[in-house]
Design a protein around this ligand. Structure first.
Ligand SMILES: Cc1cc2nc3c(=O)[nH]c(=O)nc-3n(C[C@H](O)[C@H](O)[C@H](O)COP(=O)(O)OP(=O)(O)OC[C@H]3O[C@@H](n4cnc5c(N)ncnc54)[C@H](O)[C@@H]3O)c2cc1C
Length: 477
C-alpha cells in the first residue's frame, strides 16, 4: 500500500518516465476540477501518457495497487466529469495529440484522443472536408472529451452530435486491456459498443484513439444576426422556424445578460432597444440556402425582429459569430466565477422556461445570462457569482437544481450535452426509474465492474461516494 502522494508519484515514474508524472501542491490544485468549479478534489498524481500502451500500463498499475483513476482531456467539461472523486491518478491526454492516418477516399481520420477538436478540421480543410461536431470549446476541448460527453455544438442541430460522427475506438478498459470497438467502416456487425462508450463520461474505460467521419464543407453558407426587443419574440421565432420545416445549420440565442457582457468585453454594439438576439445559419447547396434564408427572414419579421444583419462575406460572418463564440469568455468580466447549467425542454416551452430562469435568478439573488442552442431546445443558464462565498455557492447549486427539475416537468431532460458528471448525479431519478437505472448499471458493469475507473459519476448510489460528496462541495479557496 502506498501511503503518500510522493510515494505514489515515484512509483508511477517507474511505470512511465519521470517527466510523464506531475505531483505536488500546484499539480494537485491545477487538476482538482473542470469548468464546473464548485466541486473539487485533489488527485494524488497526474500522468501524461503518450500512447495506448502507456495508458494500459498505468491502468494496470492502478488496478494492482487499488488506486482510482480518471481520464482527463482539456478539462473544459461543465458537470465535474474529471473531478478525481476518490483522489488517485488523473490520466491526462495532453500529450496524445497526433493524427495517425487520414483516409481521404473513405472520408475518415484516425487521431489520438487528446487532439483538440478544431485541429481535426484544420488538418483536412484544404481537401474540402471537416469534422462536423463543433462544441463552442472546440479550439481546446479534445476529441476524447467530446466522446466522453457526446458533445454537441451550434451546428449539431443539422449535423448531429459526436456519436453520429465516430466510427471506431481504441480503448483501454478499466482492467488495462486494449479493446478495438467499431472500425474505420460504418455499420460493423455485432453490438454497437461505440454507441455505449460515447457519452459514458470516462466510466467505461479510457479512449486512446478514434476513427472519425469527415464531412464535405458546405458549398454555400448564409448567416444572419437578428435583434429583438425581448426574449419572448426571439423564442417564438425559434419554435416557428422549426415547426415550418426549416432546419438551419445553427439556431443560437443570446439574451441581454450575454449581450451586456460582450459589449463590455469587445465593444460590440447592437440596435437601440435590443434585449435578445438570434444567430441563424443555413448551409448546403446555394439555391436551397437562399430559399431557406428567405423563409427564415419572413418568420423573424413576423415575430417582431428589430434588425436582420446578413453576412456579406467570410469576415463579416466571423464578426456576426463573435457574440455567440465569445459570450461565455466575456462573462469573466462580470464576476469571478460562472456555472453554466444545461437542460433540455421542448422548443415551444422556451418563453415560459426563460421566464422561470429569470424568476429563479431573482429569488436566489444570483445573476444569470443565457446563451444557448435554441434550435435543439438546449438551455444554458449561466449563473455568475463569487465562488469564495459559501452562501452564493449554495444558491447557485440550489437554483440550478430548480431549473433542471422544471425542465423535466416541462417534458425535457436533465442534460442536453454537458453530461451528468458529479453535478447531476442526484438528479438522474427525476428522469429514470430505479429499474431504468439498474439496467444502465448493468450495461456499465460489462465494461467496468469495479470502483476504480472514474468513480461516483453518472449513476447515483455508488458505494463510498455519498460521504465523500460533502467534502467536494465548497468555496474555491
Ligand atoms: C466555453 C465553453 C463552451 C462549451 N461549449 C460546449 C458546446 O457547445 N457543446 C458541448 O457539448 N459542450 C460544450 N462545453 C463543454 C465541454 O467543452 C465539452 O463537454 C467537451 O466535450 C469536453 O472536452 P474536454 O477535452 O475538455 O474533456 P474533459 O472535460 O477533460 O472531460 C470530459 C469527460 O470526458 C471524460 N474523458 C476525457 N477524455 C477521455 C478519454 N480519452 N477517454 C474516456 N473519457 C474521457 C472525462 O473523464 C470526463 O468525464 C463547453 C465548455 C466551455 C468551457
Amino acid at each position: 500500500m502506498l501511503s503518500s502522494h510522493a510515494e505514489l508519484a515515484k512509483a508511477l515514474q517507474s511505470v512511465l518516465t519521470p517527466d510523464a508524472v506531475l505531483s505536488g501542491d500546484a499539480a494537485e490544485r491545477a487538476y482538482d476540477c473542470d469548468a464546473y468549479t464548485v466541486d473539487r478534489n485533489n488527485p494524488s498524481a497526474v500522468v501524461l501518457p503518450r500512447s495506448t500502451e502507456d495508458v494500459a500500463k498505468v491502468v494496470r498499475w492502478c488496478n494492482k495497487n487499488d488506486v482510482p483513476f480518471t481520464a482527463r482531456g482539456a478539462g473544459t467539461g461543465l458537470s465535474g466529469g474529471v473531478l478525481p472523486a476518490m483522489g488517485g491518478v488523473v490520466l491526462s491526454t495532453k500529450r496524445m495529440t497526433k493524427i495517425l492516418e487520414i483516409d481521404y477516399d473513405n472520408r475518415c481520420l484516425l487521431a489520438q484522443a487528446g487532439i483538440p477538436n478544431k485541429r481535426l478540421s484544420d488538418a483536412v480543410k484544404d481537401r474540402g472536408l471537416y469534422f462536423a461536431p463543433d462544441p463552442s470549446s472546440q479550439s481546446v476541448s479534445t476529441i476524447g472529451g467530446n466522446i466522453g460527453e457526446n458533445a454537441g455544438g451550434p451546428h449539431t442541430l443539422k449535423y448531429g452530435v459526436t456519436v453520429q460522427h465516430i466510427l471506431g475506438l481504441t480503448m483501454v478498459d478499466p482492467l488495462g486491456e486494449i479493446l478495438h470497438l467499431g472500425g474505420k467502416l460504418p455499420g460493423a456487425p455485432g453490438y454497437d459498443f461505440v454507441g455505449i462508450v460515447v457519452g459514458s463520461e470516462g466510466t467505461m474505460g479510457i479512449v486512446t484513439e478514434a476513427w472519425v467521419k469527415l464531412c464535405p464543407i458546405p458549398k454555400a453558407v448564409a448567416t444572419a444576426l437578428i435583434s429583438y426587443r425581448n426574449v419572448a419574440d426571439a423564442c417564438r421565432t425559434v419554435a416557428e422556424i422549426i415547426a415550418q420545416g426549416t432546419i438551419p445549420a445553427a439556431l443560437e440565442m443570446m439574451d441581454h445578460g450575454i449581450l451586456r457582457a460582450v459589449r463590455a468585453a469587445f465593444g460590440l454594439e447592437y440596435p437601440e432597444g435590443t434585449l435578445a438576439m438570434l444567430l441563424i445559419e443555413c448551409d448546403g447547396e446555394p439555391d436551397r440556402v437562399a430559399h431557406e434564408m428567405e423563409s427564415v427572414q419572413k418568420v423573424c419579421k413576423k415575430n417582431g425582429a428589430l434588425q436582420i444583419r446578413l453576412a456579406e462575406d467570410e469576415a463579416e460572418r466571423a464578426k456576426l459569430w463573435t457574440a455567440r463564440k465569445k459570450g461565455i469568455g466575456a462573462m469573466g468580466r462580470i464576476a469571478p466565477s460562472i456555472v453554466t447549467h444545461d437542460g433540455v425542454i421542448p422548443r415551444s416551452k422556451l418563453p415560459e422556461m426563460l421566464e422561470f430562469v429569470y424568476d429563479v435568478s431573482w429569488r436566489y439573488q444570483i445573476g444569470v445570462a443565457n446563451l444557448f442552442h435554441a434550435g435543439d431546445g438546449n438551455l444554458h443558464p449561466c449563473f455568475y457569482f463569487n465562488d469564495r462565498d459559501p452562501e452564493q455557492v449554495k444558491s447557485v447549486v440550489a437554483a440550478g437544481e430548480e431549473i433542471i427539475r422544471r425542465c423535466v416537468e416541462l417534458g425535457g431532460s436533465v442534460s442536453g450535452e454537458h453530461g451528468i458528471g458529479i453535478e447531476k448525479v442526484d438528479l438522474m431519478p427525476l428522469m429514470f426509474t430505479p429499474e431504468d437505472m439498474e439496467f444502465q448499471a448493468t450495461a456499465k458493469r460489462i465494461f467496468n465492474d469495479g470502483s476504480l475507473c472514474n468513480p461516483c459519476k453518472v449513476l447515483p448510489s455508488q458505494k463510498g461516494c455519498v460521504e465523500h460528496r460533502r467534502r467536494w462541495r465548497g468555496t474555491a479557496w
